[in-house]
Write a protein that binds this ligand. Structure first.
Ligand code: PGA
Length: 250
């Protein structure tokens, strides 16, 4: 693997702005010489303080979601432009909790990816099958649909700014990590999907992160796989020592 690996922490609905900046101040010295890039996605209310705390460190701050419109009557929503103005660099889109808990569909997610790219944010587009879909042997069909619909109408030039995350829904927050064999097998399938839709060069350069119960104990084995370029971490990113360990091992 020749690209720099990425370890992204998805804090979900956790941490106040005070807890977030304290976390970042504690984390920064521990990962100073890490080879991997450290990304963190706090809640909207903690973004401003997180950016301030991450200044002059190698930690990159992003958001967990955004809306696809630039402005208007969308009560409770946040636009990509608002995030960009704040100094945000990336945004997680299509996370399985957005898809399954908040009923976001592929076309909405696609519009958000397009908007994020226009607004100069790097989207982390998440795809992944449920337990039932895996049992019914529909994993590849589901991933192909989520990927193709998610990146529709995106040029090759813009595609080079997208990060993909494979997150099997059955492995998220369950303690059940996909084995490194399952993860690698699926990542190599996704790599081929990228070639099919874009080309070999883009496929080679695009980061594909694995997410689902990643912890300090399993990150090394996952990262040894040829097609795993980083990890997206939920639970284990909430404690700075365990997150630092993951970043340093990746
Ligand atoms: P988890 O969550 O690490 O707690 O399984 C991963 C995610 O939802 O991104």
């Amino acid at each position: 693997m020749d690209k720099k690996s990425i370890v992204a922490g998805n804090w979900k609905m956790n941490k106040t702005h005070k807890e977030a900046s304290e976390f970042i101040k504690n984390l920064a010295p521990l990962i100073q010489s890490a080879r991997a890039s450290a990304y963190i996605a706090p809640s909207f209310t903690a973004l401003h303080d997180s950016i301030t705390a991450a200044k002059d460190t190698n930690i990159i701050i992003g958001a967990q979601n955004m809306h696809d419109e630039t402005d208007g009557a969308f009560t409770g929503e946040i636009s990509g432009g608002m995030l960009k103005t704040l100094g945000i660099e990336f945004v997680i889109l299509g996370h399985s909790e957005r898809r399954h808990v908040f009923q976001e569909d592929n076309s909405f997610i696609n519009r958000k990816v397009i908007r994020a790219l226009k607004d100069g944010l790097q989207p982390i587009l998440c795809i992944g099958e449920t337990q039932k879909e895996r049992e019914e042997k529909k994993t590849e069909v589901v991933l192909e649909e989520q990927f193709f619909k998610g990146i529709q109408n995106i040029s090759k030039k813009d595609a080079s700014n997208i990060i993909l995350a494979y997150e099997p829904v059955w492995a998220i927050g369950t303690g059940k990590t996909a084995t490194s064999e399952i993860a690698e097998h699926t990542h190599s399938f996704i790599r081929k999907l990228i070639i099919k839709h874009f080309d070999k060069e883009i496929s080679k350069n695009m980061h594909i992160l694995y997410g689902g119960s990643v912890k300090p104990q399993n990150v090394e084995e996952l990262m040894q796989q040829e097609n795993i370029d980083g990890v997206l971490v939920g639970g284990a990113s909430l404690e700075y020592k365990s997150f630092a360990e993951i970043v340093n091992k990746a």
